[in-house]
Design a protein around this ligand. Structure first.
Ligand SMILES: Nc1ncnc2c1ncn2[C@@H]1O[C@H](COP(=O)(O)OP(=O)(O)OP(=O)(O)O)[C@@H](O)[C@H]1O
Length: 835
């Protein structure tokens, strides 16, 4: 704490700033009240009052000019209203807690030290002369995060500034009440951080602006790199840093970057809700949040049922005994790789020469345009054009042909019949339309007659408006037009290209020993991986992937059922875009990928193509790489380093874990060699507790008992973590039978992360945290395989204050080598005893 005199001064200043904030709010309130209605009202009145004079050309021009002027005025007023509303919200937030830090900085060459108070946004006194509070994102505020008292400096757009920091102080403030103030020599004093970290888990992520650590600040403020990679231990603040980084970018590029130009890819919907309040809390609009699966569904959902990553995960975890399991795993790895990317590109290059596969265009059981005809038209296209341009030309040709065929169809028998059976509403519509047409017709009749009279010559009589004939024509046009619509739409979508067939053709097993009955490709070659010459420069020089034939069979079977494995979805889209043309989004300037280790090299290449003008920030932890398609983010040979080129790529490492107590971090680190270097933030707690039961009944009773104790201790957020979704469901039932009330089962469709006791599979708990974690069953029967080590590690690292592992039988062999000093047991059930 600081001295009494200083404390008094700080209190006075706080009272003064709080008063000025109050005055500013009072002044702004009447201007902001009912802003929305005012704006809507102005718009309404604008259009009511507008009158256009068309007497002469000059009058007309004058009217247009005046409307344009009024419109500009209105837009300007709306903009200033919006700004006032934003300002009002910011002041409101400052009133809740005006500032959290202060530095006194004497710039070299000046004779005084400026007092810089730092808060979530800036606040200037009524005269506009003095900064009472500096936004935490201003250049000078970076001193607070990066330096201790002593020599210090910071970067500004005009160059570096150096000087001496004479004081660094932190505050805990609520409203106009000063709860605490500490002077510190640390970069960010441990005391404040400790107080923050001993708090409870929340169902919403919190902002960390008052305690951002130096290494996190570097990530937040990096403004140069095209690709920024953060490899950080569990709980090291990757997600937190990412969100404050978004806020920083929005602030420092506010004149040219909007929240809708930033996209965050989250691991699941629940995580989206978990992080969605951080930016609004900082006074910024949320960026676009989505999951990769949502994107895949939006692009492919019409054609396929696309497996989601949870299903893929469940298959990997649960189907180890199923036939073809190894081939599936091999497929997931191969289809995630850069090698596959290169081979698919090579394959598309081959198609450029050999031609594509097409789907016949049929209408009412009749062939309109056959696949062969399309192949001929495609072959006739200028071969120097890129394949996507040739496909686009073919589409135009097909649309032209369809128009012609549609006209020819007017006289078909089925149309005659359809007219008879047409709904009365169709006749009514025809009647209405024809009357409109008749008005135009009558008018043109009169006009033509008048002209003929003026010119003194006669016009042959064009006859009456033949209503009956016109009605029939209209109905024919309408009925055939409606019937042709789906065809035209599918041609516009390029569905005439047999994309599933082309993708499947890549996976044609070696014909010598391939699966029997695999459909023969109708193409001349090279159309499958098996057919590609091994000597080709960009082709597959390596031996085929493991279990190639079975992998091919699985892929084709799945496609044949109108489904796509998760690992096929991105490659399929990639090939589709190579052939049909790229769909990219140039508006997006920053892409953030959280849990980045779970994306494949292939997916990263795809993201880069999809957002050609965006920079990327990827955050992840290879220690938590629980999906079979994972990418190591920062290894020397990581494909991510190549994506933007090494010169434009920066890698940051975060090794300090802020989430869990020292004891939990030490226990989790003992499970995973890669986590050995993780440093806990110095915050102590109980050692993890291990409890084994001999019968299933006792096991459920033990879990229920522990849950009750944790609840009694006051922990509001408790995660009961299982390996799979089926196990979560079963756990819920068993615990309910054992008397546990108020459990909430979380599934992949759960939209919101809630407080309370949640039961969920580990992979859905990625990125979130709980006061206490109960690992439902850490027995050998559940975590028996080496490949499940990271899953176990991820589960343990979700806990902030307490970790309890329970087992319904023998302990998992993954626990065998954990030092017995790192945990406590109940009734001497020690996994190390068996080691
Ligand atoms: N500088 C900080 N000040 C206060 N709290 C922090 C800080 N950095 C991280 N934390 C807290 O630590 C916890 C973990 O942070 P976060 O979820 O961002 O970590 P992560 O690296 O994304 O974790 P994981 O990889 O396990 O999902 C959160 O409760 C967060 O508020």
């Amino acid at each position: 704490m600081i001295g009494r005199e200083d404390l008094e001064k700080e209190r006075q200043r706080l009272t003064d700033v709080a008063r000025q904030l109050e005055e500013a709010l009072e002044k702004l309130a009447p201007q902001v009240d009912g802003l929305q209605e005012q704006a809507a009202d102005m718009r309404r009145r604008f259009w009511e009052e507008v009158s256009v004079s068309t007497g002469t050309n000059e009058d007309f021009e004058e009217s247009v000019y005046s409307i344009e002027q009024q419109e500009a005025l209105l837009s300007e007023r709306e903009r200033s209203h919006r700004q006032k509303a934003v300002q009002y919200r910011k002041l409101g937030r400052l009133r809740e807690s005006p500032y959290f830090g202060r530095i006194d900085f004497r710039e070299d060459g000046t004779g005084f030290a400026e007092q810089v108070y730092i808060g979530v946004s800036s606040f200037v006194d009524a005269e506009g002369l003095e900064f009472l509070i500096y936004d935490w994102r201003t250049p000078i505020a970076s001193l607070y995060y990066d330096h201790s008292p002593g020599r210090a400096g910071y970067e500004t757009p005009g160059g570096p500034i150096s000087g001496r920091m004479e004081l660094k102080r932190q505050y805990r403030i609520r409203g106009d009440e000063l709860l605490g103030a500490f002077d510190t020599n640390e970069t960010i004093g441990d005391e404040l951080l400790r107080q923050v970290l001993t708090g409870e888990a929340d169902h919403r992520m919190k902002t960390i602006v008052s305690t951002i650590q130096k290494e996190q600040n570097a990530i937040i403020r990096d403004d140069k790199s095209g690709m920024l990679i953060v490899q950080g231990a569990a709980g090291s603040g990757k997600t937190s840093a990412a969100l404050q980084r978004v806020a920083y970018l929005l602030y420092s590029h506010r004149d040219r970057l909007g929240a809708d130009q930033i996209v965050l890819f989250s691991p699941n919907r629940m995580f989206n809700s978990y992080v969605s309040t951080v930016l609004p809390e900082l006074g910024e609009d949320n960026m676009k949040q989505t999951t990769f699966q949502e994107y895949l569904d939006s692009r492919l959902g019409r054609t396929f049922k696309v497996e989601d990553p949870c299903d893929q995960m469940e298959a990997v975890l649960s189907a180890a005994e199923a036939p073809g399991y190894e081939a599936r795993l091999s497929g997931i790895r191969y289809k995630a790789s850069e090698r596959f990317l290169a081979e698919l590109r090579h394959y598309a290059g081959g198609l450029e020469r050999s031609g594509l596969k097409f789907v016949d265009l049929d209408f009412r059981g009749k062939r309109l345009i056959g696949a062969e005809q399309m192949a001929e038209a495609f072959a006739a296209c200028d071969p120097s054009l890129r394949i996507a341009n040739r496909a686009a030309r073919l589409r135009e040709w097909l649309l032209g042909e369809l128009k012609r065929l549609e006209h020819a169809e007017y006289e078909a028998d089925w149309v005659e019949e359809a007219i008879h059976f047409a709904d009365s509403s169709l006749y009514e519509e025809a009647y209405r339309k024809l009357h409109e047409e008749r008005n135009v017709f009558d008018f043109s009749e009169q006009y033509t007659a008048a002209r003929a009279r003026i010119e003194g010559r006669h016009r042959p009589d064009e006859g009456d408006f033949d209503f009956g004939q016109r009605e029939e024509d209209w109905l024919r046009r309408r009925l055939v037009g409606e019937a042709f619509k789906p065809l035209k739409r599918s041609v516009k979508r390029m569905a005439f290209i047999d994309m599933p067939g082309l993708y499947a053709a890549f996976f044609e097993a070696d014909r010598d020993n391939g699966p029997s009955g695999a459909p023969e490709s109708s193409l001349s070659a090279p159309h499958s991986f098996a057919d590609m010459p091994a000597s080709s420069s960009s082709g597959p020089a390596d031996p085929k992937p493991l279990h190639w034939n079975e992998m091919c069979r699985q892929t084709r079977d799945k496609l044949g059922r109108g489904e796509l494995f998760h690992e096929d979805a991105t490659p399929y889209l990639y090939l589709k875009e190579l052939i049909e043309g790229q769909r990219s989004n140039s508006d997006v300037r920053h892409v953030f990928v959280d849990e980045g280790q779970d994306y494949s090299a292939f997916q990263y290449a795809f993201l880069k193509k999809m957002f050609p003008r965006a920079r990327m920030t990827i955050l992840g932890d290879f220690g938590q790489a629980i999906f079979a398609q994972s990418t190591e983010l920062s290894a020397a040979d990581s494909p991510l380093l190549r994506l933007y080129g090494e010169a434009d790529t920066r890698v940051f490492r975060l090794n300090r874990s802020y989430r869990s107590t020292r004891e939990i971090v030490a226990f989790a680190a003992a499970l995973l060699p890669e986590a050995a270097g993780v440093e806990p933030f110095e915050r102590g707690g109980a050692k993890p507790l291990l409890i084994r039961s001999n019968t299933p009944q006792l096991h459920a009773a033990n879990v229920a008992d522990r849950l009750a104790r944790l609840r009694a201790e006051g922990f509001a957020s408790i995660g009961i973590l299982t390996r799979t979704a089926a196990e979560a469901h079963e756990a819920c039932e068993k615990l309910a039978a054992a008397g546990c009330a108020g459990l909430k089962e979380v599934t992949r469709d759960t939209p919101e992360f809630e407080q309370g006791a949640l039961v969920l599979p580990v992979y859905l708990a990625k990125g979130v945290e709980f006061d206490a974690v109960l690992l439902y069953d850490a027995s050998a029967a559940v975590y028996g395989r080496e490949s499940e080590r990271k899953l176990l590690y991820t589960a343990c690292t979700r806990a902030m204050h307490r970790l309890v592992l329970l087992a319904s039988g023998e302990w998992s062999p993954l626990l065998a080598h954990v030092d017995a000093d790192l945990y406590e047991t109940q009734r001497g059930e020690d996994p190390a005893d068996r080691a």
